[in-house]
Design a protein around this ligand. Sequence first.
Ligand SMILES: Nc1ncnc2c1ncn2[C@@H]1O[C@H](COP(=O)(O)OP(=O)(O)OP(=O)(O)O)[C@@H](O)[C@H]1O
Ligand SMILES: [Mg+2]
Length: 249
Amino acid sequence: MRRRNFFKKERNAEYDYLVTYEQPLSYVAEAFQKALVNLEYINIDNQFKVIQFTSTLAGAGKTTFISNISHLMGKKGKKVVIVDLDLRKPKINRIFRAPNEKGVTDYLTGKIDYKTLVNYSEKLNIHYIVAGEKTTAVVNVLEAQKLKDLITKLKEEFDYVILDSPPIIAVSDGLYISRLADGVIFVVAQNETKRSVVDEAINTLRRNNVNIIGTVFTQVSVKNSDLLAYTYGYGYGYTSSLMDEQSKE
Ligand SMILES: Nc1ncnc2c1ncn2[C@@H]1O[C@H](COP(=O)(O)OP(=O)(O)OP(=O)(O)O)[C@@H](O)[C@H]1O
Ligand SMILES: [Mg+2]
């Protein structure tokens, strides 16, 4: 079994290796399964259709988590669409080995229609929308009524609309995106993120009335690399209780 290559740590990693697809019986895939079950419990009344994933800093594992969880949702018969709203550093296209063309920005400027915008990967059973042509007017894009209308349309067609977004600390994009979402899941790289930085990001989200519905812990590592496959897992919990507990410490 290829234990060490579940995830590649290089920042320009290839994204077309989906562990839940390639190694569905692995420990890591099992951890994703558990995360999905937790998400289903949180979402028992189906009130969260549009779910945004964000983090404090870059590289926490948002895109990796999103693609794996979406694949598992699809396997359970759910119709899922991933929307790449990380307009500055788009990566969703890489998962599908697709070019970052004919995406959100192109749709909003009227260059392409809805049918061209929404792609489908038969292999992974996921619908996806790439970010599209780079723009300097990112905030204008994220605030556009046409984007809100697009999300509404997707909501009608899909069981889950998953929004990939940039980290909270670097730019305010994540906050604008949260206005489009029913709930936000916060991804924390446990061994890399300082608690104070996480607190700062959570407080920023709360001040902006963002509905944080859960936390995913990624990149729990140990010194012995043989154990990586086992320990690179995803914990999952309710952010509110987690943070309340932490603030008491
Ligand atoms: N649970 C994990 N354990 C170890 N490495 C991981 C894990 N999840 C992702 N990685 C690796 O960490 C790197 C960053 O992951 P990813 O791109 O998914 O993070 P991100 O939060 O989307 O980053 P960005 O903020 O830049 O968009 C990748 O190389 C990925 O393979
Ligand atoms: Mg990402």
